[in-house]
Design a protein around this ligand. Structure first.
Ligand SMILES: Cc1ncc(COP(=O)(O)O)c(C=O)c1O
Length: 361
C-alpha cells in the first residue's frame, strides 16, 4: 500500500473560480497564469479545467511545449519573454506571444528570421523595478518594435507590486496611463489581486493566477469565502499511529511541544518532504475528519503530529486534511496554513512534492 497521503485536484473548482473571475472582470479577456507547473497543480492536469480561458501564460518554453502537446490551441503568452535569441524560433514554431522587457530582447527580435510576425507585450516598469522599460524609455522601445517586420501587434503591460494591500495600484496605474497614452494596442495590468480589488485597472486582458487555484490573493484581509472561490487542491493524509500522552510528555524533534495534561495525538503520513511547511508551528490548523484541530510540535520529514483530544473516535486510518476540502465538505484554506507558517498559499501549492500521489477527482 502506498503511504496514505494524496493531493486531490478538483477541476470543477477550477472552472468555478474561472467563472467567478470572469464575472468580476466582465469586459476583459482572461489569460490564466499556469507558470510553475500551474502553481504546483500540474499543467497537464489542469489545462482542461481552464479551457474557458482566452489565453494561458507561463514562463518556460518547455511548459509551452507541454501545453501545446496537451492539445491547447489557444494563445500562449511567455510572461518574461525569451531568455536567449534562439528561443524566438520556438516562439515562431509554437505561435507564442511574448513579453518584451529589455533592449536585448528587441535586438534579438530584429535579427530573428520568421515568416510569421509575432505578437508582443511591451512591458513598462511602472514602479516594481523587476522587469520592464522605465517610463522615460518606453516610447522609444515601442517605436523600435513598431519598425520591425518581425512584429505585427504590440500590446502594453505592467505588473503591480501592491494590488493586494496598501498603497494599492493608483500610482503605478497613473504611470502606465501616462506612458501608454495615445499608443495603439491592448493593455494588460491585473493579477488576481488587481482583478478582484481594482476594477479600474482591468484593461483589455486580466492575468489571474493564484485565485484560479482557490487561494485568496489578499488573505487575511479577505478569505476564499469573501471572493466566492473554491480550493482546487486538497492535501489529505491519514493517521498512521496514535499516542496517549501524560502531562509533561513531549512531541517530536526538539521536544518543542510539552503536553499540559493527558491527551491523545495522531501521527500523520505527511511531513516537509511532502511539501508541508517545516516552519508550521504548534497550533497550525488541520481538519480531523472534517473538524478543526491543530498540529503539535515540529514537522518532521515524513510525519507530523496532530491533536486528537477532542475527537475520541479518530484513530489509525482517520482522514486529516492539511489544506483544501475534507471528504465531509469542510474547507481549510491553504492561506490559513500558510499564514501560520509565515508564508503564502502560493509557496505551499507550488511546493507540493513530486512524491505525493495526485488524484484528479
Ligand atoms: C507578470 C505576471 N502576471 C500575472 C501573474 C499572476 O499573479 P497572481 O498569481 O498573483 O494572480 C504573475 C505572477 O506572479 C506575474 O508575474
Amino acid at each position: 500500500m502506498p503511504r496514505p497521503i494524496t493531493a486531490l485536484l478538483d477541476p470543477q473548482a477550477l472552472r468555478h473560480n474561472l467563472s467567478v473571475l470572469r464575472q468580476r472582470a466582465p469586459h476583459a479577456k482572461l489569460c490564466a497564469v499556469v507558470k510553475a507547473n500551474a502553481y504546483g497543480h500540474g499543467i497537464e492536469r489542469v489545462w482542461e479545467g481552464l479551457r474557458g480561458a482566452d489565453a494561458l501564460a507561463l514562463l518556460d518554453l518547455n511548459e509551452a511545449e507541454r501545453v501545446r502537446a496537451s492539445g491547447w490551441r489557444g494563445p500562449i503568452w511567455l510572461l518574461e519573454g525569451v531568455f536567449e535569441p534562439r528561443d524566438l524560433e520556438t516562439c515562431s514554431r509554437l505561435g507564442l506571444w511574448h513579453t518584451v522587457h529589455c533592449d536585448e530582447q528587441i535586438d534579438a527580435l530584429s535579427r530573428h528570421k520568421t515568416q510569421e510576425p509575432h505578437r508582443v507585450f511591451l512591458k513598462l516598469n511602472s514602479g516594481m523595478n523587476r522587469l520592464g522599460f522605465g517610463a522615460n524609455r518606453y516610447r522609444s522601445a515601442w517605436a523600435r518594435l513598431q519598425a520591425l517586420t518581425q512584429v505585427d501587434e504590440i500590446s502594453h503591460m505592467t505588473h503591480f507590486s501592491d494590488a493586494d494591500g496598501e498603497p494599492g495600484v493608483a500610482a503605478q496605474l497613473e504611470v502606465f496611463e501616462q506612458a501608454t497614452r495615445d499608443l495603439a494596442g491592448e493593455r494588460s495590468l491585473a493579477n488576481s489581486a488587481a482583478l478582484l480589488r481594482h476594477p479600474e485597472a482591468h484593461g483589455d486582458w486580466v492575468r489571474p493566477g493564484i485565485a484560479l487555484y482557490g487561494s485568496s490573493p489578499d488573505h487575511p484581509s479577505h478569505g476564499l469565502d469573501h471572493w466566492g472561490l473554491q480550493p482546487v487542491m486538497s492535501l489529505r493524509a491519514q493517521v498512521i499511529a496514535v499516542q496517549s500522552l501524560q502531562a509533561g510528555d513531549t512531541v517530536g524533534y526538539g521536544s518543542t511541544f510539552v503536553a499540559p495534561q493527558a491527551m491523545r495525538i495522531g501521527i500523520l503520513a505527511c511531513g516537509y518532504a511532502d511539501g508541508y511547511p517545516r516552519h508550521a508551528p504548534t497550533g497550525t490548523p488541520v481538519l480531523v475528519e472534517g473538524q478543526r484541530s491543530r498540529t503539535l510540535g515540529r514537522v518532521s520529514m515524513d510525519m507530523l503530529a496532530v491533536d486528537l483530544s477532542a475527537y475520541p473516535s479518530a484513530g489509525v486510518g482517520s482522514e486529516v486534511t492539511l489544506w483544501g476540502r475534507a471528504s465531509t465538505g469542510a474547507v481549510l484554506a491553504v492561506d490559513e496554513v500558510a499564514a501560520a507558517a509565515g508564508t503564502l498559499g502560493y509557496e505551499l501549492l507550488c511546493a507540493l512534492s513530486p512524491r505525493v500521489p495526485v488524484q484528479v477527482i
